[in-house]
Design a binder for this molecule. Structure first.
Ligand SMILES: Cc1cc2nc3c(=O)[nH]c(=O)nc-3n(C[C@H](O)[C@H](O)[C@H](O)COP(=O)(O)OP(=O)(O)OC[C@H]3O[C@@H](n4cnc5c(N)ncnc54)[C@H](O)[C@@H]3O)c2cc1C
Length: 458
């Protein structure tokens, strides 16, 4: 367990009396359940965070209630860890110092689409946002594979990219139109951020403000078809994925490649996999299927699954994206609890050569899983390799070998914000934290750059 498991010294009776009509609970099971996320994917985080819990769950229903709670937290010096649906992977929503878990799941309203932008409260689930936008002819540009469970506030504060990355890259690159944020101070303020300023709060793990409104840019909706194909050879599948990614005549939302034995973990997908096959998973616009099939034949692949999302639902099948991104690891963990994963960027233009070299080096210790993404106008790959975990030392060695070759590891085995992908404190986020959370009450212990500043200099 982590050493920082202090609890606050606040008298919760006084605090709860001041909450008035705002919903709260100190019921042990609820507090424990709402203090967790999916950190257990990592054997290292599991050992560190298993015993970390908040002291009270507070569930605001409006921005006004958020302001009341934050004013009280500032007055009592009570830590606040914000929570959406708790699907984050790095202990992002796990309180390290007790205090309040601020559960945003009751703030769910979604507005109409105006000028291609949807305005939503942070607790709205991504699927519920699209339930409102799709009938108006619009869809989210990017969503995590947790679309059916995660909240928009959690995606913006904790996520980075996902389905749609083949067209739009990362959220940080203009994927968020605007945010409203409540500060934690004696008199909380409501700040409106737009343009690049949203990145002061995006992917800051809720350490730089409490998001109360999100404005997301949309794109015209398309008729997506879930497709799976198989190849005898993983690198030939990867070249096919690259070709699909680069082909403007094929409208796509998802381009994924997994090496054997990963398809063995896809027990619920209604497709017959050939032993040893490499499998590609796609979302392709129905009008682009002929162009896709033409390329598939050229590269020597075979179709094994095809369904519109409505057909899949009728057949009791999950959408294909629930086998991709971090769901691939989840499917593996459902079968084998000893595996874990890595997240690696293989940048263009030599990404496929680098991937082939890593497969050669690590073999079955790191079964390969690629998500094709467009970064700086070029198609390249994020790998979310399955890791057959042995020891923390070996995991560190695998990471070092990748980094020595110039491949950035977005380390999913740390809860420290900077140690994930950024490797250093974002100066804009740190400067904004001084303004929005001068007492350092938001998700304490997650931003190393803040911990390093002497209290007098904050
Ligand atoms: C199976 C699986 C698949 C996944 N796939 C993807 C993927 O494709 N892409 C991706 O980016 N991530 C992925 N993730 C990680 C995670 O699901 C996403 O980041 C998701 O969007 C988090 O949403 P949530 O509502 O569960 O947030 P939580 O886990 O509840 O919170 C995430 C972080 O955001 C903060 N936060 C939440 N709400 C607010 C708010 N209103 N204001 C300020 N801070 C807030 C929390 O404090 C926490 O630090 C995956 C995780 C799993 C388990």
């Amino acid at each position: 367990m982590t050493e920082s498991l202090q609890h606050s010294t606040v008298d919760l009776e006084v605090f709860t009396a001041a909450l008035g009509e705002i919903a709260w609970s100190t019921e042990r099971n609820i507090v424990r359940q709402k203090s967790r996320d999916f950190f257990w994917y990592s054997p290292i985080l599991k050992a560190q965070l298993d015993g970390c819990f908040g002291e009270i769950i507070v569930t605001p229903r409006s921005e006004g209630e958020v302001v009341v709670v934050t004013r009280l937290c500032a007055a009592h010096h009570l830590p606040v860890t914000v929570r959406g649906a708790g699907t984050g992977n790095y202990g992002q929503a796990v309180p390290l110092s007790g205090g309040v878990v601020l559960d945003m799941s009751e703030m769910t309203s979604v507005g109409n689409v105006i000028d291609g932008i949807v305005n939503a409260e942070p607790g709205a689930k991504l699927k519920d946002i699209e339930a409102k936008t799709l009938p108006q002819g619009w869809e989210l540009r990017l969503y995590p594979s947790t679309r059916r469970t995660a909240t928009i506030g959690g995606f913006v504060a904790g996520g980075s990219t996902g389905v749609g990355a083949i067209n739009h890259g990362l959220l940080v690159d203009g994927g968020i139109a605007g945010l409203r944020v409540v500060t934690v101070e004696a008199e909380p303020r409501i700040l409106d951020l737009s343009g690049p300023d949203v990145n002061r709060v995006h992917h800051a793990y809720g350490t730089t403000g409490i998001i109360t409104q999100v404005r997301m840019p949309l794109e015209p909706s398309q008729d997506w078809v879930d497709v799976a194909v198989e190849f005898a050879d993983f690198m030939e599948l990867s070249r096919f994925c690259q070709a699909v990614g680069e082909d403007p005549a094929i409208a796509k939302k998802l381009v994924t490649a997994v090496a054997w034995p990963i398809p063995r973990y896809f027990r619920t997908l209604d497709a017959a996999f050939t032993e040893g096959a490499a499998v590609g998973l796609f979302m392709i616009a129905s009008a682009s299927l002929p162009a896709f099939d033409h390329r598939l034949a050229e590269h020597g692949g075979h179709p094994i699954y095809r369904a519109t999302q409505a057909e899949a639902a009728t057949r009791g099948q999950a959408p294909i994206y629930e086998y991709t991104w971090n769901h691939t690891t989840l499917q593996a963990l459902k079968v084998d609890r000893t595996v874990t994963y890595l997240q690696t960027l293989f940048p263009a233009p030599d990404h496929l050569d680098g991937i082939a070299a890593m497969i050669e080096m690590f073999g079955d210790e790191l079964p390969m899983h690629l998500e094709f993404v467009t970064l700086d106008g070029r198609v390249c790959c994020f790998a979310l390799q399955i890791v057959r975990y042995t020891t923390a030392e070996r995991l560190a060695e695998i990471i070092r070998i990748h980094e020595e070759r110039g491949y950035t590891i977005f380390n999913p085995h740390t809860y420290v914000l900077e140690d994930g992908g950024m490797k250093q404190t974002d100066p804009e986020q740190l400067a904004f934290k001084k303004v929005a959370d001068p007492m350092g009450l938001l998700n304490p212990g997650k931003m190393r750059g803040w911990n390093a500043i002497k209290p007098a200099a904050r």
